[in-house]
Structures are given as C-alpha cells and as structure tokens.
Write a protein that binds this ligand. Structure first.
Ligand code: C2E
Ligand code: CA
Ligand code: CA
Length: 717
C-alpha cells in the first residue's frame, strides 16, 4: 500500500504543531504559576518584615510547644539565631517555677480558653533574665488536630517592673525615714487637712500619741493667733500655685503648753490623693534665744525697762497716729543722783535706780510706757493730761530707800509736754519735756513743770553751758551777795546769808536758779561753793580789818548736797577760814533738808566733822522735805530756817500758820534757834514775834546786795 508522501508530511506537520502548541501552553502555565508563586513569596516576606518590625516577640508554636517560627524581636529577646530558636521548646526557656505556669498557660490556650496574660521570668542565651508578659492566641482557622498552632506574644516588662520595684523601695525608704526622722513629720490630706500619718517625733513634740494625731487636723493644735497666717499658704498649695511653703507657728501640746515650730509643707501625690508632706521642727529654743536677743537690744539691762532706742521707736509709732495734744511725755530726772552715785558707789546707785524704776512703774497705769532714757533719766509716754501722773510719780519716789545701812531720800524733777504742734517728731517732744524738766530743777527740784513755749531759750540755754559757768567762776563773774539776818526781838542785824549771783557779761545779772541746777548736775557746784566761801570770808576779813561797825556779824553760807558729801569739803572750809583768819564761830553753814536726807548716814558723818571745827549748822528750807524729829535730833544742828513758802502764808493760810507755829515750837523744844525766811511784811513780822521766832530774813529787812552796797548802807547807820 502506498501512503502518499503528502499525507505523511501533513501528519508530521500536525504532530509537530500539536506538540509545539502543547509545549507553548505548558510554558505559559509555567510562567503563570511562577508569577503566582512570586506573589505569594512577596506577600510572605512582607508579613515577615512586618512581624520583624513588631517590638514584641511573636512566636508560632505547635501542639508540643515547639517553636515553629518567630520574629526578630523574639530572636533579640533570647539572643538566639532563627535556627537555634526554631524547634526549641518555649517552656525550656522559662526559668524555674515559671516553666510550670507557662506550660499551664499554653495548655489552657490550646484548649481554647481565654487566658489572661501571665508574667514569667525567662532566660536568654547570654543568661540575661528577662521578665515578660506572655499572652496567647489560638488562630481561628486552625482546626482541631495535629496541625494546631498557637501564637505567643512576649512583652519585655523588666524595665517597667524595675520601676515598680524602685518605687516600692522608695516607698519603704520613705516610710522608714518618715517614722524614724528626728524632726516631726505628718502626711496630711490637702483636701480636708486630716493627718493620714504622723511620726513618733511629732507625737513626742506634741506630747501626744501617733494614733491620736491620725485623723485630726493640724489646725486643731495650732495656736489661734497663728491659724490665719497659714491660710493663704495652704490655699496657694491647694491651687497648685506653689508646691511648698514654710511658716513658723505654735502648736499646743497635750499639757496645754505651746511649742514654736517651723513647719515646712510640700505637696505630693499618692494614688491620686494630694498629700502635704509636713515637716515640723521644734524651734522653741531658737525662738526664745532670738527673742532674748531682741529683748536685750530693746531693754535696759539694769531696770528691765525699754531703753532709749526702743522708746524713740514706740514714741514714733504713737505720734504717727495721734491727735494733737494726745501724746504726753514726762521727763523724770532724779535730783542729786550723781552725788549719791559718786559718793556711795555705783552699786548703791544701781540699786537706787532699780528701786526708783519699780516705784515709777507701780505708780503708772498699764498702758503708760515707762522707759529708762539713760543715767538717772526716766521717760513716761502716756495719753492725755500728764499733771496728775507727774504728781503721782513725784510722790512715789519719796519714801526713803534703804540700801545696806544707807537710808537714802531721793526726789525727782519732772518736766512734761504734749504733742502741742502738728507734725512733732519724737525728738521735738523729748526736747520740750526736757526743757520743762530743767525748769522744774530751776524751781528747786522735787516738783514738776509743764512745757512752756519760749521758756526754752532763757533758762535752759544758760543752764546748758557748764563750761561757760566754770569760766565765769574763774573770771570772778560769780560773786557773793549778802542778805541780812535779823534778831526779831531787837531788830539788830546778826549776820548775812551769802547768796551767789552771776554777773554774766552778755546776759546781765543771773539769779542762782538760772545756773545752780546745772552746777549741781555737773559738779561745778563744788568750785562755785568754794569760791563763795572764800570770797565771802575774805570780804568779812576785810570789813573787820577796816573796822566796819557790822563787822562782828556772822556769815551764813549755803552748802549744796554735792559739797556736803565731798570728802574734801571739811578741808576746804578749814583752808578758807585759815586764809581769811576768820574764826569758825563766825561761820554758819546752811544745809538744805533734802541734802541732809538724801543720805542720812553720810550726812551725819560730814556734819559731825564740820561741827567739830567750831562752826554752826542750820537746816535750810525746813518743811519742804521730809521733816522728821528723829533726823533733827541726830544731826548736830543749831538752827532751822523755815522755808519762805510757809512764811508767805502766815496769818493768811491757816495751814501755813499752823506749820510755822509747829516748827517754832519744835525748834524751841530741841533748843534750836528758828529763822524765818522770806519775811516781806510787817504783819508777818508781828506774827513771828508773837510765836516767839528768834530770827528773820527777808525783803522787809533787805534784799541780797553786793558787798559795796552793804558797806554804804551800813556806813550810814
Ligand atoms: P535759799 O538758801 O532759800 O535763799 C533764800 C532765797 O530767798 C534767796 O534766793 C533770796 O534772794 C530769797 N529771798 C530772801 N528774802 C526774800 C523775800 O522776802 N521774799 C522772797 N520771795 N524771796 C526772798 P536766791 O538768792 O535767788 O537763791 C536761791 C537759792 O539758791 C537759795 O535759796 C539757795 O538755796 C541757792 N543758793 C544761792 N547761792 C548759793 C550758793 O552760793 N551755794 C549754794 N549751794 N546754794 C546757793
Ligand atoms: Ca539758804
Ligand atoms: Ca532757804
């Protein structure tokens, strides 16, 4: 049989075509599959990359707990390569007992339970321990059977745990520090102020139990005066404007006493509650020390009274708010204090000042201020009219002061002023009261004077210049004037009282009141007195030398307190007598009652010595001091001079008449002669004669005059 070539060729061609087609389409399928595979691979890589980027470790486990796959974080956590981690039992990586809890967690998760994350410790290859929180996921599409898978996520919580532990530790430490702190501490709720906890130190400070404090508020123990001061601070703390503050306040102890405490409060939050951590430090001692320092700076050590600086401060405050004339200042200056201080010593002087301070204080009302201005000067600041107070103070000082075996009589000169002009400063007011005080001195001491505008110029200015007075004495400007002392029965001039006068080159003739107070205060009096004694005795010697008719008279010379207590005084007298050649019998010394009584003991000694020289002693200004029979008897005196203030009222004021009468009787009974001073009228003269008074002195018989005038007058007689 014959197959045609063509058929064969056609068959071959078809076959080739079919095969080619088959091959082509196989190739196409292959290409398509490859594309699909590529896509899957790409997707898988994408998922892996995403997984690797997760910060948590993610592991896929099989039913046995073998690791099937994992992400980069897991490798890093366990410090293993992928190959090493895969096929490892996850449970083996947990440490100790945590293996059991992990295994249990896995088991329950496989069974489909919802398992809460558990915290376990695992270890990495490098032995590092990692604290993880493990959570389990059973993928939905996994069906029961061998190919069950479980996803485990592990979160590294080491750091968080460390923080929690550190916080715990800090809490414990705080508790420890809190409980054992040497300063008082309390934790206080900011909202209601209640004490949540308090430590032992605080309990001890307040003499209370810790459990008594808890639940209370600090305010309950705070001094009522301090409660208000703390309020704004607390408010600011509560509002978060500040986070701490410090305040000093007093807390009441259980026994009722108060402690000063420095309280430092700082806010802190604890579990959402605002707490005030309160440090309370007992500063009572500190405060006391500071208080003492402040007190010392403001008070006079000797008397405990406010000192000058503090006085000026208070006065400043009072003046700032006072109405015109409302604030009064009294300037109290002791008379002859310097003399006592110099002659008896500072200790006696100090005691005397203390006594005077006490007396002044008790004569004042509570709201009057008493201060020591310095030396023997005291200041009273008060409200209203000062005259009654001045009198009360003057009298309060009077009673004799016994110090050791000294019996001292002290008086004060008091000047006062009010803020009589608008805008007066403390200094203005003090200056006015001071000027008034000098006027009181000038009036004879132991009295009070109000400030008078203008009075300042004349008297006080003259008084202030002790240097000038001293120079005046040296230059012979201070001279003796002579006033006759008359025998009342016969009218005969028996002698002359020597009274000083200052012939001031600018101011003219000055009476003793203008310069004597200053002389007494400054000690110039000794020079002045010596001068008067020598000049007048020399004068008498001269009269006797030329044989004046009155030359056989006596001289009566005034002696100031300061002179009397001057240990050199007797010698001065002896010298003056010797120099002039005058016999002691022609000399009388007049000593004021106040001088005698300012220090009875010293005065007695001095008088005895003087009397032993053969001269005569009289008590001057009798009746103005603290006349007492006892003293008169004790002193070797021969005469008393009734003060002119009593003589002035003779026959007019019945009181004065009685006093003069009594003094005359007293003198007679003690064998003393009585001299009436200030005799101005014939009526007074006849009265005194009736009473039996021995001698008299006054303008009626003659004013004090210079020697030249006496000579001329008497020459004519
Ligand atoms: P005194 O010792 O009481 O002297 C009497 C004062 O009365 C004198 O004041 C005298 O001038 C004044 N006087 C005399 N007669 C009358 C009168 O009839 N009416 C009035 N109203 N006054 C009369 P003077 O001279 O101003 O002396 C005042 C005081 O100064 C004296 O008071 C005396 O205590 C003191 N004094 C005067 N000179 C000295 C002195 O040299 N030494 C001392 N220590 N004191 C002296
Ligand atoms: Ca006299
Ligand atoms: Ca007198």
């Amino acid at each position: 049989m014959e197959l045609g070539i063509d058929v064969i060729a056609a068959f071959v061609a078809v076959t080739v075509a079919v095969v080619a087609f088959a091959l082509w389409s196989m190739r196409r399928q292959e290409l398509a599959m490859r594309e699909q595979l590529d896509a899957v691979e790409a997707a898988e890589a994408e998922v892996r990359r995403l997984l690797d980027e997760l910060p948590e470790a993610v592991l896929l486990l099989d039913l046995d707990g073998l690791v099937l796959s994992t992400n980069a974080a897991a490798l890093a956590m366990f410090d293993l390569g992928r190959r090493e981690l895969v096929d490892t039992h996850l449970v083996d990586l947990a440490s100790g007992e945590d293996q059991v809890s992990l295994a249990a967690g896995l088991q329950r998760a496989y069974e489909g339970d919802d398992v809460d994350p558990i915290q376990i410790e695992m270890h990495a290859a490098n032995r590092r321990r990692v604290l993880v929180e493990a959570s389990f996921h059973l993928p939905r599409h996994t069906v029961a059977g061998d190919d069950r898978r479980l996803v485990v996520r592990l979160r590294d919580v080491s750091e968080r745990e460390q923080q929690v532990r550190a916080l715990d530790q800090a809490r414990r430490r705080f508790q420890q520090a809190f409980q054992s702190a040497p300063t008082g501490m309390a934790l206080v709720r900011v909202d209601d102020g209640r004490i949540v906890d308090a430590n032992q130190s605080l309990a001890e400070m307040l003499r209370r139990q810790v459990h008594d404090l808890v639940g209370c508020t600090l305010r309950e123990f705070t001094h009522p005066d301090d409660v208000r001061a703390a309020q704004p601070h607390r408010a600011r703390l509560e509002l978060g404007i500040v986070d701490s503050f410090r305040i000093d306040q007093r807390y009441r102890r259980r026994d009722g006493e108060y402690v000063w405490a420095r309280t430092r409060v700082s806010a802190a939050e604890d579990d959402g509650v605002m707490l005030a951590i309160t440090h309370i430090e007992d500063v009572t001692e500190q405060r006391r020390a500071a208080e003492q320092l402040r007190y010392a700076a403001r008070h006079d050590e000797l008397t405990g009274l406010p000192n000058r600086a503090y006085l000026m401060h208070i006065l400043h405050d009072r003046l700032a708010t006072a109405e015109l004339g409302e604030v009064a200042v009294l300037f109290v200056d002791l008379d002859h204090f310097k003399t006592i201080n110099d002659s008896l010593g500072h200790e006696v002087g100090d005691q005397l000042l203390q006594t005077v301070a006490d007396r002044l204080r008790s004569a004042l009302r509570d709201h009057d201020l008493l201060a020591r201005f310095g030396g023997d000067e005291f200041i009273v600041v008060m409200k209203g009219e000062p005259i009654d107070v001045a009198e009360r103070l003057r009298k309060a000082i009077h009673p004799p002061v016994i110090i050791g075996d000294h019996e001292l009589f002290i008086t004060a000169s008091i000047g006062y002023s009010t803020n009589h002009e608008p805008g007066m400063s403390p200094n203005d007011l003090m200056r006015d009261a001071d000027a008034a005080m000098y006027r009181a001195k000038a009036r004879g001491r132991d009295c009070h004077e109000a400030y008078e505008a203008g009075g300042f110029e004349s008297g006080v200015q003259a008084l202030r210049t002790s240097g000038e007075l001293r120079r005046g004495i040296e230059r012979g400007e201070v001279v003796p004037y002579y006033q006759p002392i008359v025998d009342l029965a016969s009218g005969r001039v028996l002698g002359y009282e020597v009274l000083s006068r200052w012939l001031h080159p600018d101011r003219g003739l000055l009476p003793p009141n203008d310069y004597l107070p200053l002389a007494e205060e400054t000690g110039v009096l000794i020079e002045l007195g010596t001068r008067m004694l020598r000049d007048s005795l020399a004068q008498l010697a001269q009269w006797r030398a030329v044989g004046h008719p009155f030359a056989n008279c006596f001289l009566s010379v005034n002696v100031g307190t300061r002179q009397l207590v001057d240990p050199a005084f007797a010698e001065i007298v002896v010298d003056a007598l010797a120099e002039s050649g005058i016999d002691a019998d022609s000399l009388w010394l007049e000593i004021t009652e106040t001088a005698l009584l300012s220090d009875v003991k010293s005065a007695t000694v001095a008088l005895r010595e003087l009397r032993s020289l053969g001269l005569h002693l009289s008590v001057d200004d009798f009746g103005t001091g603290y006349s007492s029979l006892t003293y008169l008897k004790r002193f070797p005196i021969e005469a008393i001079k009734i003060d002119k203030s009593f003589v002035a009222g003779l026959g007019i004021e019945s009181d004065d008449t009685t006093i003069v009468e009594a003094v005359v009787r007293l003198g007679q009974s003690l064998g003393l002669s009585v001299v009436a001073e200030g005799l101005e009228s014939p009526l007074q003269l006849s009265r005194l004669r009736d009473l039996g008074c021995d001698r008299g002195q006054g303008y009626l018989f003659g004013r004090p005059r210079p020697a030249s005038l006496i000579e001329r007058e008497r020459a004519g007689v």
